[in-house]
Write a protein that binds this ligand. Structure first.
Ligand code: SF4
Ligand SMILES: [Zn+2]
Ligand SMILES: [Zn+2]
Length: 304
């Protein structure tokens, strides 16, 4: 079977469009689609420094590769950071892969650890929590957001890029809905142009399966070992449910994503909260103190 765009042999069949593509045309299509998302939401402006959060997994390494290719003919600069949560036996391999890939692309790379920033590794935090209602991923996610903000500020970047894909967005929507956290749905909108610290997700319109194929066909090494806490939350079940829906109804995740865009815009408009400054650490927050200080306090209380 030949590629629909050139005479090369096709290696990928895109079910939702019916296209058959060779490796090069497939990769170009991902690059073009990412560039289109970036330009649609004005994600990166002229001469900006982009802080790319690289975990060592497939999504972030593929996005780094694509942003690196784009930076050669667009006017922006790129640096990479990795957050080390302190998960024994898991993060070390990913750190090595991230470090080597950045050095291959000649991209400056820095590591920030929870231990240095919060004086607690993730494992230490898990020992301190009173019960498992405080899930590993919610503790980890709260610390990670702050660690990335800190890193972006430390390297003087203008914008933070993360590699969340379309599947991640649809899964997160379900998780927020099922946990009753409707405020978060308002934060899911990809248009962050009005925020003081802009966080962009250039892969928000790309299926996870296509990112995996890009990594394979471009021989990008990535960590395949999952985090030992990955199956503690509900995300894996939701991922499997959505994948089975997509198998039976091609394009359904994409339709869902479009609905999320509309819903998140409505929630965002109706839920505007005045930002305050956290009296404890000086970061922006919407409550009395920020979520990180609140978490650290709760963990320390459990200790006493
Ligand atoms: S799966 Fe959960 S605990 Fe593991 S790195 Fe991701 S957010 Fe952290
Ligand atoms: Zn082709
Ligand atoms: Zn705070």
């Amino acid at each position: 079977m030949n590629c629909d765009k050139c005479k090369n042999e096709a290696v990928y069949s895109r079910k939702y469009s019916g296209e058959n593509l060779c490796s090069r045309c497939f990769s170009n299509s991902i690059l073009r689609k990412t560039a289109k998302t970036i330009s649609k939401y004005n994600m990166i402006k002229n001469n900006e420094l982009v802080c790319m959060a690289v975990s060592g997994g497939k999504d972030s390494l593929v996005l780094l590769d694509i942003l690196h290719k784009m930076s050669s003919n667009h006017n922006f600069r790129l640096k990479a950071i990795t957050v080390d949560e302190g998960i024994p036996g898991y993060r070390d391999e990913a750190l090595e892969i991230a470090k080597n890939f950045c050095s291959k692309l000649n991209i400056e790379h820095k590591v920030y650890s929870y231990k240095d920033l919060f004086n607690l590794t993730l494992e230490e935090s898990l020992q301190l929590r009173q019960n498992e209602k405080m899930s590993s991923c919610s503790i980890c996610g709260t610390f990670r957001r702050r660690a990335i903000d800190h890193a972006a500020d430390d390297i003087n970047s203008d914008v933070i890029a993360t590699a969340h894909n379309l599947d991640d967005t649809v899964q997160s929507f379900f998780i927020n809905l099922l946990s009753g956290d409707t405020n978060r749905i308002g934060w899911m909108n990809p248009d962050t142009s009005a925020n003081s610290l802009r966080k962009i997700k250039p892969f928000c319109e790309i299926y996870e399966s296509e990112i995996v194929f890009y990594a394979f066909t471009n021989e990008i090494p990535f960590q395949s070992e999952p985090c030992p806490h990955m199956n503690e939350g509900i995300r894996t079940e939701i991922r499997e449910f959505l994948n089975s829906l997509e198998n039976n109804h091609v394009g359904i995740k994409n339709n869902f994503y479009k609905s999320i865009l509309k819903i998140s815009q409505i929630v965002k408009n109706s839920n505007y909260k005045q930002k305050r400054i956290c009296p404890s650490c000086g970061n922006e927050c919407t409550g009395k103190i920020c979520s990180v200080c609140d978490l650290v306090l709760k963990l320390k209380e459990s200790k006493t």
